[in-house]
Design a protein. Structure first.
Lengths: 398, 370
């Protein structure tokens, strides 16, 4: 009974958190891109445009649900459903933190502690190509078809370097269980440098991380690999014929995939929820200082407001940050809050890189993309895997 | 569409436009594809046809002047300059030196504005979304100067036959100088984002090659011709409006590919700033209007005047029958002529290259269709 109850609560909490994140990730992206492009981004709906995601979702929900007459109805409707389902499925195995005790119940910050979690995530993420291909094919239209063809080729090609990059840290960890992979990265060299897989002896995975990060851009169809939906060539790519909530489903799936893959990078290479430097050097106080700093910044801008509205809204934001800072200041809550903080901070950093790159780079051409995957990334992945295997065999423990 | 080969199952006919995000307005390109490879293109134009040349026959010479702004609407000042020069030549009117210098300043500013639009949209087509906003930011400054000068931002109608209607406003020189000082570092900023970028080079290098012979065969002019290595610029070749006084270079490329055109246009923006600074330094005083009769009634005859517009050779052929209205006005729009080379540049390329090529020709459909 307890097990089912706890799992249900965790599933509900995870789902709520995830959907809210998806909603606001889009807002954050728009703000980040806007500031890269000397604009201010969403600012009309609610203070600082904070209600923009809500307005967008409402709009998409209330739009007419149009199904073009020339489509294959069943597959056309199945594709967005498949996209979202598969995108959300991976979260079941992703751990957000270690085992914790909350209200006297010991539980893991993870929905399902699967022994083959890495394989599960890889399997689910390769399934997402089906959603894209089905969407493109069932639309029975030229631009979506071209988009789907491109993306099928692209996602399958980049799956290989991605899998190669994933395999190397597995050699270090000797397990497919994500929680154990993270636990294996605990500790510090010389009491300072974390034993994350990027730094872990005998085979630091720096090259592996680079390959993984590049492949993850391609895997999620993001700039500079966003060819399937290259709007300047293919209108909107595979989802050209989709509107209203079905379009939103693809949109959500893209962002959900971004989070999954960033979480995977964090778990496999960046030590998951482990802090970047030891607690005796004050890593537990980082969130408190960070939030306090953010609060001070918001308060400063609120007091020296450029716009009249900021005078009211920014102090409220500041109060929120100070509140968060206070929560993190309580040593009693450290065990509960600090690991998820580090995990989310690392994932957030990777997501921010996604946005930063989108604001900076042009797009590859189809053939260049393929040449890059097979000619550059794939050999790098193989070299990394072989080198890792050799180093582990020669210098590994046991 | 010709013959039945279009129904061949291995080939896909893709209709790009007139409503497509990157055909720069209402160009329609019918692509014949083999997979992603382009084996043929056909342009369908005329969606923006307004019969501007015909309208000219029912307007007086002065009345028609605002219409030319509506052709290449991102370089309206150049259009106006070409038209005014043509009518002035027909009338035999001398334009005072001050008016000539101010015309050069405004035209060069407009060249920069036009190139900025080109750079922003071209980069956007290639997938870099950010340069567009940077370009728009700088273009805004130019449009502000136009607005202060003549009240309009886009379709300015800045010049009149015989000179200028308005004297420059009080802070005109400071504004233009401030723009020049601000602008050059900004060009470096664009170059930082794009010039050395591996993806950018990969997308433009050897794409849409048009060599000098092809350019001459198609009548292609402007940056496309210069990128093919031909040092041909009407501002040097047959100077007008006092361009002979200014010291500037004609940037040229070697390959005639999209990347060369990019470099040529970037350099042209720098050269424009150089011209503007020289014109400001030597800005003469005096009248701004030549001796133009109240009623413009040119003698019977015909005239062809061409200028170096941002997009290439912009020519006006005007036939006068001695009345107050032109008998015929024929425009040689650079976009229209350059667009002819699209098929040549696209054949054998990929779909993604078509977008690059359309961008690199720098067309404005208002001018193609008139």
């Amino acid at each position: 009974m307890d097990f089912y109850l706890i799992t249900a609560v965790k599933a509900a909490a995870l789902m709520g958190f995830l959907l809210l994140t998806l909603l606001y990730l889009q807002w954050i992206e728009r703000k980040v891109i806007a500031h890269v492009q000397v604009r201010i981004g969403p600012s009309r709906v609610g203070p600082h445009g904070l209600l923009q995601p809500v307005a967008d979702s409402l709009k998409l929900l209330l739009k007419e649900d149009l199904i073009p007459p020339h489509v294959n109805r069943f597959l056309y409707l199945a594709a967005p459903f498949l996209a979202v389902t598969l995108a959300l499925l991976s979260y079941a195995v992703i751990p957000f933190g270690p085992e914790i005790e909350i209200f006297g119940v010991r539980t893991r910050l993870q929905l399902a502690d699967l022994d083959i979690a890495v394989l599960f995530v890889l399997a689910v993420s390769s399934m997402t190509v089906y959603a894209v291909v089905l969407a493109g094919w069932s639309s029975n239209s030229k631009y979506p078809l071209l988009g789907a063809l491109r993306s099928a080729a692209q996602m399958i090609s980049y799956e290989l370097p991605l899998a190669l990059a994933v395999a190397a840290p597995l050699l270090l960890a000797n397990t497919l269980n994500l929680r154990e992979i993270v636990e294996r990265q605990d500790g510090f060299y010389l009491g300072l440098l974390p034993r994350w897989n990027v730094f872990q002896l005998p085979a630091p995975q720096i090259l592996g991380l680079v390959v993984f990060v590049i492949a993850m851009f391609a895997e999620t169809n993001r700039v500079p690999f966003d060819l399937p939906e290259a709007e300047n060539e293919l209108v909107a790519g595979f989802h050209t014929e989709y509107s209203a909530m079905k379009f939103a489903a693809f949109f959500m799936a893209e962002y959900a995939n971004m989070i999954t893959i960033s979480a995977m990078a964090t778990l496999l290479f960046l030590g998951g929820w482990l802090p970047p430097w030891p607690a005796w050097l004050g890593s537990n106080w980082v969130p408190m200082i960070l939030f306090a700093g953010a609060g001070a910044l918001a308060l400063y801008h609120g007091l020296n407001a450029e716009r009249a509205r900021d005078r009211r809204t920014l102090p409220i934001v500041a109060a929120g940050f100070f509140g968060a800072s206070l929560v993190f200041a309580l040593p009693a809550l450290h065990a509960l809050l600090i690991p998820p903080f580090w995990f989310l901070a690392k994932v957030g950093l990777l997501l921010w890189i996604f946005m930063w790159v989108r604001g900076t780079l042009p797009r590859f051409r189809y053939d260049q993309l393929m040449r890059f995957a097979w000619g550059t990334l794939f050999p790098l992945g193989v070299v990394n895997l072989l080198a890792t295997g050799l180093l582990v065999a020669l210098f590994g423990e046991a | 569409m010709p013959d039945g080969t279009f129904l061949d199952a291995t080939e896909l006919v893709l209709n790009m436009g007139p409503q497509h995000p990157s055909t720069h307005g209402v160009l329609r390109v019918i692509l014949k594809l083999d997979g992603e490879k382009v084996i043929g293109t056909e342009c369908v134009i005329g969606y923006l046809h307004r019969g501007i040349e015909k309208i000219a026959e029912n307007r007086t010479y002065a009345q028609f002047a605002p219409y030319v702004d509506r052709m290449d609407y991102v370089a309206a000042v150049s259009n106006g300059l070409g038209y005014c020069l043509a009518v002035e030549k027909l009338l035999g009117v001398e334009v005072p030196p001050r008016a000539q210098a101010v015309r050069v300043i405004l035209t060069e500013l407009n060249r920069i504005a036009s190139h900025l639009i080109w750079l922003g949209t071209h980069a956007l087509d290639v997938g870099a979304i950010t340069p567009l906003f940077y370009c728009m930011r700088e273009r805004e400054e130019i449009l502000n100067i136009f607005e202060k000068y003549c009240g309009a931002r886009l379709t300015t109608h800045a010049f009149r036959i015989g000179g200028l209607q308005y004297e420059t406003y009080d802070t005109f020189e400071e504004d233009v100088r401030a723009f020049c000082d601000m602008f050059l570092p900004r060009v470096d900023e664009y170059e930082e984002l794009l010039t050395g970028n591996r993806i950018w080079i990969g997308r433009l290098r050897n794409v849409g090659i048009l060599n000098a012979e092809d350019c001459k065969a198609y009548g292609v002019t402007g940056p496309l011709l210069r990128a093919a290595g031909v040092k041909w610029d009407l501002r040097k070749a047959q100077p007008y409006s006092g361009y002979e006084q200014y010291d500037f270079e004609i940037p040229t490329g070697t390959n005639g590919d999209s990347y060369d055109r990019y470099l040529v246009r970037i350099q042209e923006m720098r050269q424009s700033v150089r011209i503007i600074r020289q014109a400001l330094d030597g800005l003469p005083g005096g009248p701004i209007m030549g001796k133009v009769p109240k009623v413009i009634k040119p003698p019977v005859g015909e005239v062809y005047v061409s200028i170096e517009a941002p997009k290439g050779e912009l020519g006006y052929y005007i036939v006068s029958d001695g009345s107050t209205q032109p008998y015929r006005v024929r425009v040689r729009p650079p976009s229209f002529v350059n667009l002819q080379a699209l098929d040549k540049m696209c054949r054998g390329a990929l779909v993604a290259d078509v977008v690059v090529v359309i961008g690199t020709i720098d067309i404005v459909l208002g001018e193609v269709d008139r």
